[in-house]
Design a protein around this ligand. Structure first.
Ligand code: ATP
Ligand code: RIB
Length: 315
């Protein structure tokens, strides 16, 4: 069977990572281990995740004309992602993320977007033909909103299924939400988009139903070690996470989105695709770094063979 095609529009960063026993509080300095450098950026991570999960993947992105940008393109190419539309912006630094990871695998991240902020609607228009051959188009929010919005419009016009991972959180217009087939916020992003406080699973459900009312067709709210809540009109289910020993959750959301895009592009129903994505994301938490931690198809299949059911909750 030929690999289904996925187009990812998004960021590419170089991650600078320090591991510490605990995350610093505001105003606090903590000592950590040696500085690590790894490929990152939500767009690039999701592209690699989708590729390793089994899709044919094109990434539309911008890197700077520096060593970080050159390395990022090399890493992507080595992972099998098509980089013909990863353009170089000379005179601008590549995106960089400063990441601190604690002993439990939790993290905090600050991003200097650099060349990611130069990805324009015109860049997307120049690649419009790519969407015609793709089944799924996948977006995040680490590039300018007008660029994301233009990409979503062109992808829909070409008949792609559109997934938006609304990370990092920012307010989104209803006109954009109405074009989303599958929205994949984590709990904080769902709260930010709806203005709801989310403390319980019922709170997740209320927020997700609000997102449906705003025009999204399906919402998959990721719940970390509790898995993911699937909300569609008249339906609410929780797909539990796979039991693993996490060492670093950086990129778990990206593994989820990339694998989800691949599985949906293969024509799987949303619930089955979400379970596949949970398996990929669980595996990513057992390894260090973002892009390097993305699992391969056979590993996902092995974990999926272990038992994990879906819990359908009563209305
Ligand atoms: P991150 O920002 O750390 O990449 P996120 O906040 O976008 O992640 P999460 O909800 O934390 O997203 O995690 C995404 C998915 O990863 C979850 O739905 C779950 O399937 C999987 N996952 C995360 N943490 C764990 C864990 N401790 N054990 C198993 N699976 C996990
Ligand atoms: O989702 C993880 C990613 O967020 C990191 O790779 C970092 O670059 C930031 O974009």
């Amino acid at each position: 069977m030929p690999r289904p095609c996925v187009v990812v529009v998004g960021s590419s960063n170089t991650d600078m990572i320090i591991r510490c026993r605990s995350l610093p509080s505001p105003g606090q300095t903590v000592l950590g281990g040696a500085l690590e450098r790894a490929a990152g950026g939500k767009g690039a991570n999701q592209a690699v995740a989708a590729r390793r999960a089994g899709a044919d993947v094109h990434l539309i992105a911008r890197v700077g004309g520096d060593e970080f940008g050159r390395q990022a393109r090399r890493d992507l190419r080595r992972s099998g992602v098509h980089v013909g539309r990863v353009r170089v912006t000379h005179g601008v630094p590549s995106g960089v993320a400063l990441i601190v990871v604690d002993g439990a695998g939790e993290n905090l991240i600050a991003v200097a977007p650099g060349a990611n902020s130069r990805l324009t609607p015109k860049d997307i228009e120049a690649c419009a033909s790519l969407f015609c051959s793709a089944r799924v188009a996948l977006f995040q929010l680490e590039t300018p909103l007008p660029t994301v919005a233009r990409g979503i419009t062109l992808a829909r016009r070409s008949g792609c299924l559109v997934i938006l991972n609304p990370a990092p959180a920012r307010p989104l217009p209803a006109s954009l939400l109405r074009q989303i087939d599958v929205l994949t916020p984590n709990e904080l992003e769902a709260a930010a988009l709806t203005g709801f406080h989310i403390h319980t699973l019922q709170g997740v459900r209320r927020a997700a139903e609000r997102l449906l009312a705003m025009g999204v067709r399906s919402a998959l709210v990721t719940l970390g070690s509790r898995g993911v809540a699937l909300v569609q009109p008249g339906r609410f289910a929780r797909i539990p996470a796979f039991a693993v020993r996490p060492v670093d959750t950086v990129g778990a959301g990206d593994a989820f989105n990339g694998a989800l895009a691949c599985s949906l592009a293969e024509g799987r129903p949303v619930e089955e695709a979400a379970r596949f994505a949970c398996a990929a994301a669980a595996l990513a938490t057992t390894r260090r770094g973002a892009q390097p931690s993305m699992p391969r198809r056979r590993e996902i299949a092995r974990l999926l063979a272990r038992k994990s059911g879906t819990r359908t909750l009563k209305s």
